[in-house]
Design a binder for this molecule. Sequence first.
Ligand SMILES: Nc1ncnc2c1ncn2[C@@H]1O[C@H](COP(=O)(O)OP(=O)(O)OP(=O)(O)O)[C@@H](O)[C@H]1O
Length: 733
Amino acid sequence: MEDNFQSAYQEEEDRLNSTLTEIDSILARLRNTPVYTGHDYTEQVLEDSREQRRKDLARLRPEPYFGRLDFQGSGDGAPQPLYIGKIGVDREQVSDRPLVIDWRAPVASLFYSFTGGTEPASYEAPEGLIEGLVYLKRNVVIRKQILERVADTYNRDSDAPAVSDEFLVYRLGENKDNRLRDIVSTIQEEQDKIIRAVKNTALIIQGVAGSGKTTVALHRLAFLLYQYKEQVSAEKMIIFAPNRMFLDYISDVLPELGVGNIAQSTFPDWAANVLNLELPEQNTTETLNRWFEAEGGMPDITEETPGRFKGSTVLMEVIESAVKLLETGAVPEGDFSPWEGAVLRRSMILRWHNEEYAPYPPLKRKERVMARIHRWIEMELKKSPSAAALKERKKKAAAKEKTYGGKWPKYEPLMIYKQIFRAAKVPGDWPAEAPELIPQGVLKETAKDLKKGILREEDLPPLLYIHYLLSGNEGTERFDHIVIDEAQDFSPFQIAVLDLYVKGHSFTILGDLSQGIHAYKGVHGWAEMQALFAPEHTAYHALTRSYRSTMEIIEFANGILSAGVQSPLLAVPVFRSGNPVRLIAYGGEAAEAAPGADQRLQAVSVALKALSGREYRTVAVLTRSLREAEELYAALAAGFEDLHLIDGSMTQYHGGLSVLPVYLSKGLEFDAVILADADTSHYGAAAWNAKLMYVGCTRALHELWLLHSGELPAYVQTAGEETVSGWPEAAEQ
Ligand SMILES: Nc1ncnc2c1ncn2[C@@H]1O[C@H](COP(=O)(O)OP(=O)(O)OP(=O)(O)O)[C@@H](O)[C@H]1O
């Protein structure tokens, strides 16, 4: 065994050396080729490609590849070793087998989809299905040109035919810094299917916490750019994520994959930009705080909860009817007469509006009709009998034209939105009552907000839709692809509106219903989103394995889900074992002398010291509310150098030690998590509270401690069979 390993290591070291020599020689040749600066187009294209190759090779040199697959296609005489890396490199002789194969190339898909066994394997190539036998699947870790590790996950000649998880487990056991990383060397089969799915589909992915949704979405973008290079461009792709700090957290993955220039935004930021609106900064944060700090729990969520109703496609219908009403009554009453004796019949204007310009959206139609009227005036002016009459008529016509233009509907999204909710005066031909489809409660609350000038996040999709109905998506280029992360917090209306701004329903929509803590606005089931697309335009995938946390943490979090939410969406852990989850009751007899608040502070401080003293790089204290996070931070900051408070307004994630409310931790991960206040007064019995706690627990990679002074919620007690209680010895108070 040891001998085999030695020879594998030696073999890979030799191959690495020869690869590096070859890369260096290609690079040297490219660098010695004079840079073309002339005007010949063909030469310019060749120069661009040389420059790209120079950059790629320089980028590749420190870690040229990460995997090897020995494959014998049906036409091959013997198994051929294929080396797979982040970027493909052709040899000097392009007819030879590539030096390194791009991980996105069709043949590289075998590296990910092959699940062991002696049966033939196959992959889809442009020329059709290629079949053959896999002999070896090997992971090689190279850092700074040094071979660090060789691990065979499959070897046809060995006794263990299945693909082993050993290398994956090794990778997952590493500590994380403050950024999400690429996973090209260990993409799993279920993830690979999503990454390589065809472009023009609305892919909806339900993935348990830590199943790699965010990571997979980013790899999918890199794949689409490779596979559809002629059809898509990075500038026309966009990622929607919950907040700006999260965007910062994921911002390294795409550059690591060699992809730049993909727009990343929050939905409100993007919508405000399209609508040309200035959104007050604190609105979203304020809604969140209001919602999550609510004393005595959340209000009940029904289809009439404002966020839910305004996110529904029912409101789309209401808007469509309102815009139709405006459009039908748009042409002002009466003929148009710019001066005495000149008359343009209304019937003619109506014909222009309703027939000739019918294909245009209302705002364009109005512009076209007004331009046509202007041209008509100019023709009429030519008939003026004298220069004085011409001058007089011109003056009159200008005034009349202005007045006539003013009689048209305003066609302004916010105004129309206010009119729909009866927060602004409605045109004469509108019914006095708002449409029955709008529930009374929503009507009142929205009208009150709109009159005060308050716009909430849930008002943005309707506003965008009105904007679209009025102007089409003119001025905003349609995207080639849209990624929506944390999509359980999106509403069907939001997706329906975004569909108007993307080509071919090309979406990757990822989320986890078990983390749906924004139930007042998000979807309650994926069918709500699937229903927006024709069956042939949508596909559903479920990711059930969780890669982030140890088995102990996942089993504990699963327990919370089953008992607290009765959810069937449980995570399947990768076989990676760590320390048991720790439940720590503080206060009680040992610390009776200290008043309550001090005991809590002391407990958090001891836990933070204990965990940050280990090899972990990121440790988080999660509180139930922002206020509690702020208070804890203020009390702890002096004792911990690298401590950061994370509130809703942050744009950067620093890593190290953090204090944050649990609802803001969504999407992030930490080596160790301390869940402060895990008691019934902070986490009530409602499913919603269990979800919140589930989110908190699943942020932890290696270590999870729950601190409490009161009773633990029942769903934690039942989940806690395999946990340990109390402080570890070294951290004893
Ligand atoms: N195939 C893989 N190989 C190695 N690491 C992986 C793999 N898949 C996911 N991971 C790791 O698992 C962690 C979770 O990934 P990610 O944040 O993308 O999951 P998620 O499903 O978006 O999680 P959540 O919904 O809980 O926020 C990350 O550290 C990621 O690097």
